[in-house]
Design a protein around this ligand. Structure first.
Ligand code: URA
Length: 248
């Protein structure tokens, strides 16, 4: 568990002011909690699929995939990283140059910021979160994914989500959010709400992409609101209280 001082240090690294906790509210609605205590967010859940051969088979399929033209220009497929039994999954867009070289999502500067954001809510790829992208192969010059590439690759992500069975999905950036939700709504409209993904109606929360935050640090504060919102959704789920689907 992260103590108050540690969390303050992470928030400072994000360039986010640390707020003083408010008195607890008497209502049971989902709001961004501002309590200084960070619940150990993720006791590891029983996620049967991720521990059996399906996971390795899926990984092998992804690494050998030639379903779209991107395979020709990649160094390697980037399957995902983290705990395949995690209760949280973070979904990004596509590997960049560094990810393509190292075979792991979010290892460049954006990845360092993502790690700091996750640490601020008690999550880490080494322990209690699984991180994957919509696309498993790097698009040239980091261009946006094309519809046919998403159509070819999204089934892999769906299977990953089915196997991990996270309690909460965090979509980082417009591309991930729009493709997971099958919408063209703007990121601004998608933030601050609990969406539902897949047959299990997994709660999905949307926030900014860390690469965007590197270019627009003033929005880190809003991203912090989103992270607290996601954490409050998770906490209410794990406390057995239904979330109301909206931030105040
Ligand atoms: N951006 C993404 O969306 N995913 C990565 O893995 C790296 C950068």
């Amino acid at each position: 568990m992260m103590d108050r001082a540690q969390r303050a240090a992470y928030l400072e690294a994000l360039g986010i002011d640390v707020w003083v906790p408010r008195a607890p509210s008497s209502t049971a609605t989902v709001r961004p909690t501002e309590s200084a205590d960070v619940t150990p967010a993720c006791a590891i859940s029983a996620s049967p699929g991720a521990s059996d051969g399906h996971w390795d088979a899926l990984r092998a399929e992804v690494l050998g995939c030639t379903r779209c033209g991107l395979h020709a220009g990649r160094t390697q497929g980037v399957f995902g990283v983290g705990n395949p039994r995690a209760e949280w999954m973070v979904i990004g867009e596509a590997p960049g140059a560094e990810e393509d070289r190292r075979g792991e999502p979010f290892v460049g500067r954006a990845g360092q910021l993502l790690d700091a954001m996750l640490r601020a809510i008690g999550l880490s790829r080494a322990e209690n979160v699984y991180i994957a992208n919509v696309l498993k192969s790097r698009p040239p010059n980091n261009r946006d994914p094309r519809p046919e590439e998403v159509a070819a690759c999204l089934p892999y992500l769906r299977r990953q989500i089915d196997l991990v069975r996270p309690r909460v999905l965090l979509a980082v950036g417009r591309i991930a959010a729009q493709n997971l939700l099958g919408t063209d709504e703007s990121l601004t409209r998608l933030r601050g709400r609990v969406h539902r993904f897949g047959e299990l109606n997994t709660p999905l929360v949307v926030t900014y992409h860390p690469a965007y935050l590197l270019r627009n640090p003033a929005d880190k504060r809003k991203a912090w609101e989103d992270l607290k919102f996601a954490r409050s959704v998770f906490r209410q789920l794990t406390a057995g209280v239904p979330e109301d689907g909206h931030r105040s």
